[in-house]
Design a protein around this ligand. Structure first.
Ligand code: SF4
Length: 689
């Protein structure tokens, strides 16, 4: 028994899936055999809880599909190459393209499963080595509109408190978030406070999911009308003199213009447009007024609309109106999807911000980076990830370097993205697997898995945590930071990092929100929530004394309503999409885990019994779903979770049933996030012969 025990290694790390940021010890034997995932009471984001993905979804690291050597395309095939040959080719091609078409002809995508240190190097590579701001990350697909809405109003594009502050509010409003499946451990906290301490829960969603079943009030506004509902609630609060006058006077500016902007949102108008009963709108406004603290959490049900930034702004306005910032048990909670999507943005993998959300146009900030990196920084903002496809098609972008992102499957209208990739002069993909995107690459660089490296992640609570190396990289795969450094060196830049802690030292010297972060302060299960001061004190909740604007005051920001894409006689249903508990995104990792794949082998189209009857369909029938951009085949599930003219398809397919054959490329005009959640479709039964 003692011998058996001595062969077991236990290593602390952070979950590579969602933004809750669960940490745990992984038990391994014989180098790569995973025996157990054990969350600990001291795990700061999760205690002893995890979900199925964290607990049972780690074995993708041993998948036979892992790419273990660099690959170079020859004709229609890839051949194995040495690292030396592959790096030399990448460096010379990127140099040639930069010289021929200019630095802005290259686009770079950082991975949200990479560490902060790796995302930082990806943006440094773009800005210092290539000389472009064409750098972005997968937040563009999901929570960038929330970042926009929050930066406009309160200054930081992040959750204003900890998950505990979300859960302990007197009133929790979940809008456009299927929290129990997409952020299960946070949902657990909300359920506990709701049940044990009698807190109120309102759920606003198109689907009657688990949290909706538990809610004190559940409502379903018409597709694309959430902003009208939020503004209607705000107007009703002002009309009844329920706003927090002291907070507005002492801590905000712009109230009068905001109040004026709400004039059109009368109860009659809001009821008519949203389809939500007037009495229910009044109930929500009343509950907000009666609560000492209100928290609002939202996710892609809000942000993946053309007005995602505007609705996120409206949510933040409502919280300002009612004084729900700057204290515990209240605030704004845009729930982050990927493990390190918050961190990738925090360290500057964004086309419009430098690390720490510092302005590209601030001369003092620019000088600081230019001195540190010994280069002239590109001035104009770059091209967002979702706009890079158009930039390829119109000849502005000639080469791309994509890390850990299956852009073909993630982009709305994947037919267009596939077409664009055939037109690139050069594509480098750095990944663990032969993804749909990697198939278009000229060079594939094998990346090691999160369990195979050190570094840090930032979770949705702005919580910075360390990953430790559970096992050595498989085959010849390497950490992203090592690969980026090899390319930078081959392009003539003397990067000399020997450990991710040295990269974090550089980040903390340049980004004030990280200024007190050191690896020592993050040892083991310790964590810090940014902003972190030099003395190591951190910020479990934000805005206690001031908002990060020159006058220290938050801004009310009047919003614009943008109409959703319309249905017509050919496309008579709205296709909504979202996640399921068991899988993660395009199943790049969970699809390689046998148990999970067995449990949920394929997607299905959920529709209401009334709609199914009207269409002559029953559970198990095969249907074609067709939109203005494509068509796919799947099976029907008749369920009471959806209603009216809405049908639901999960996003978890890695090929033929992928939702993005159907979605359209209409984007939020500010954050450039596609309106994935408002796709007009028609559904037709496939008759068996
Ligand atoms: Fe926790 Fe999210 Fe990982 Fe599940 S997927 S274990 S909730 S971090």
């Amino acid at each position: 028994k003692t011998l058996r025990k001595s062969l077991i290694k236990k290593t602390k790390t952070v979950c590579p899936f969602c933004g809750v940021g669960c940490s745990y010890e992984i038990w391994t034997r014989n180098e790569r055999e995973i025996l157990k995932v054990e969350p600990k009471p001291e795990s700061p984001a999760n205690g002893i809880a995890t979900c199925i993905k964290g607990k049972f979804g780690q074995n993708y690291v041993n998948s036979k599909d892992r790419i273990t050597k660099p690959l170079i395309k020859e004709g229609d095939h890839f051949r194995e190459a040495t690292w030396e040959e592959a790096i030399k080719l990448v460096a010379s091609k990127l140099t040639q393209i930069k010289e021929k078409y200019g630095p802005d002809s290259i686009g770079i995508i950082a991975s949200c499963t990479s560490t902060n240190e790796e995302a930082y190097l990806a943006q440094k590579f773009a800005r210092q080595v290539i000389g472009t701001n064409n750098i972005d990350n997968c937040a563009r697909y999901c929570q960038s509109p929330a970042t926009t809405g929050l930066i406009r109003t309160v200054g930081y594009g992040a959750d204003s408190g900890s998950a505990e502050d979300l859960a302990c509010a007197d009133l929790v409003i979940l809008i456009g978030t299927n929290t129990a499946e997409a952020h299960p451990v946070i949902a657990g906290k909300i359920k506990r406070w709701h049940k044990l301490y009698n807190k109120k829960l309102v759920v606003i969603d198109v689907r009657k999911h688990e949290m909706a079943e538990r809610a004190d009030l559940f409502i379903t506004p018409n597709v694309g009308t959430d902003i009208i509902l939020i503004n209607g609630i705000a107007k009703f609060i002002i009309d009844n003199n329920w706003e927090d006058k002291n907070f507005i006077r002492d801590r905000t500016v712009g109230f009068d213009d905001y109040k004026k902007s709400l004039e059109p949102f009368t109860l009659d108008y809001v009821e008519k447009v949203t389809g939500v009963d007037k009495e229910k709108i009044i109930t929500i406004a009343k509950w907000i007024h009666e609560s000492k603290g209100v928290s609002i959490a939202w996710a892609m049900g809000i942000t993946q609309h053309q007005d995602g930034s505007e609705t996120s702004t409206a949510i933040s306005n409502l919280l300002l109106l009612t004084g729900n910032y700057g204290k515990p048990c209240c605030g704004a909670f845009p729930l982050r999807g990927h493990a390190n999507v918050q961190g990738a943005g925090d360290v500057g993998a964004l086309y419009n911000f430098l690390p720490g959300y510092q302005s590209l146009s601030d001369e003092k900030v620019r000088k600081k980076f230019e001195e540190a990196w010994n280069c002239e920084l590109p001035k104009k903002p770059g091209i967002s990830s979702t706009d890079m496809v158009d930039a390829i098609l119109d000849g502005r972008i000639h080469a791309m370097y994509i890390m850990g992102e299956d852009k073909v499957l993630a982009d709305a209208d994947q037919t267009k993205t596939r077409d664009a990739f055939t037109k690139l002069d050069f594509l480098v993909v750095q990944d663990m697997f032969m993804t749909e995107t990697a198939k278009y690459a000229d060079v594939i660089l094998p990346a090691s898995a999160p369990l195979e490296k050190e570094g840090t992640y930032v979770n949705t609570e702005r919580r910075i945590q360390r990953l430790y190396k559970v096992m050595e990289p498989l085959g010849e795969s390497k950490s992203d930071w090592e690969i980026i450094q090899m390319i930078a060196r081959a392009m003539g830049y003397n990067w000399n990092y020997s450990h991710p802690s040295e990269i974090m030292k550089e980040i903390s010297s340049l980004a004030p929100i990280f200024e007190g972060v050191t690896y020592d302060r993050l040892e083991g299960f310790k964590s810090l929530q940014w902003p972190v001061k030099k003395d190591g004190t951190d910020s479990p909740y934000l805005y206690k004394d001031s908002f990060p604007f020159p006058d220290g005051k938050a801004r009310f920001y009047p919003t614009k309503v943008i109409e959703p894409q319309n249905l017509d006689e050919n496309y008579d249903l709205y296709l909504i999409n979202g996640r399921m508990l068991e899988h993660f995104h395009w199943m790049r990792m969970t699809g390689k885990t046998e148990g999970i794949k067995y449990k949920v082998p394929q997607t299905f189209l959920e529709m209401s019994p009334e709609l199914a009857e009207k269409k002559g369909l029953k559970t198990g029938d095969e249907v074609i779903i067709e939109s203005r951009s494509g068509r796919i085949k799947t099976k029907v599930l008749v369920s009471n979770r959806v209603s009216g003219n809405k049908v639901f398809l999960s996003i978890h397919d890695d090929k033929d049933m992928n939702i993005n054959w159907l979605t359209l490329d209409n984007k939020d005009p500010t954050a450039r996030t596609p309106a994935y959640k408002e796709t007009p479709v028609r559904v037709e039964k496939i008759e068996s012969c």
